[in-house]
Design a protein around this ligand. Sequence first.
Ligand SMILES: NC(=O)c1ccc[n+]([C@@H]2O[C@H](COP(=O)([O-])OP(=O)(O)OC[C@H]3O[C@@H](n4cnc5c(N)ncnc54)[C@H](OP(=O)(O)O)[C@@H]3O)[C@@H](O)[C@H]2O)c1
Length: 323
Amino acid sequence: MTKAIRFSETGGPAVLRLAQADLGPPGPGEIRLRQTAIAVNFIDTYHRSGLYPVKLPSGLGLEAVGVVEAVGEGVSAFAVGDRAGYCTGPIGAYAEAANLPADRAVKIPDTISDDIAASILMKGMTSEYLLRRTYPVKAGETILFHAAAGGVGQIACQWAKALGATVIGTVGSDAKIALAKSFGCDHVIVSSREDIAARVMEITGGKGVPVSYDGVGKDSFEASIGSLAARGFLVSFGNASGPVPPVSPAVLSPKSLYLTRPGLFAYVGTTEELRASAAALFEVVLSGNVKVGAPAIYALADAAKAHEDLQARRTTGSIILKP
Ligand SMILES: NC(=O)c1ccc[n+]([C@@H]2O[C@H](COP(=O)([O-])OP(=O)(O)OC[C@H]3O[C@@H](n4cnc5c(N)ncnc54)[C@H](OP(=O)(O)O)[C@@H]3O)[C@@H](O)[C@H]2O)c1
């Protein structure tokens, strides 16, 4: 038995319950991880609310770090005692321990702590594919990144800066300006009181940006379109403010824009892609180009409170649950 967060109906944070869950030995090809740091990601709120359907009753969470305490038949890449982490499920990471396919786990470098590793796996691999593979950022470009003080924003803005970009970040309130600047933003736009597209045009001398990385979704879609230069890329990668309503391709035509709606799973679907993405992430963190602040820590039993704070825009950087 292991303590785990479970939910049997979708809804607000209150549907989350701490329960005892059965956890058998790892199956063939699996490892069992004794988890020391569990990540809270915005996608967990979509699973909980029903925006992204899951089979109920269900556990929650896709990412955690810990120590391998058992290996299943046929596993050779991991041994008992290895430090490892994962960020593509299986769903149910909000737990003291979890079984998962060994080929979805990565080893954690000795010099990266469990809390920092759990702060960066999903958010950092997402930053990696967005900046290097969805729209590869080139030195000298000016780019727009929404929610710059958030978990993905913390890593992506510093990484974009390291790639030689000038970074325009958006934040929801004045209180987050200094933090976004410390995360590498050259310009910070406060979305609650400024016209994002107008400010981007002002900053870029009327040209607009070649790419807008937009994890805010519904509330920022139009601002992203308005901020782009001709033939620019709208990379719509999340729904923090709600899903973008259906749009006609015609909205792209005045500036011949590109629109993509990428997801991490399609970019790290193979073990090779997963390990390559993790290696690039660890390299940029260990080089010091991306500095990761201490995460906000909550007890596993307080997962609902962590969700409330994340959705109320009260958090910055990453959030970790402690079993
Ligand atoms: N597609 C993928 O592969 C992928 C992978 C990982 C994450 N994501 C997406 O990336 C985004 C960031 O994820 P994260 O876990 O790092 O979260 P986060 O950025 O730490 O939190 C979301 C942020 O969005 C901003 N926001 C704007 N309007 C909001 C609203 N109405 N309600 C709540 N937040 C609002 C808030 O920042 P301000 O207050 O500063 O505006 C908030 O802090 C999410 O949309 C997530 O789904 C996508």
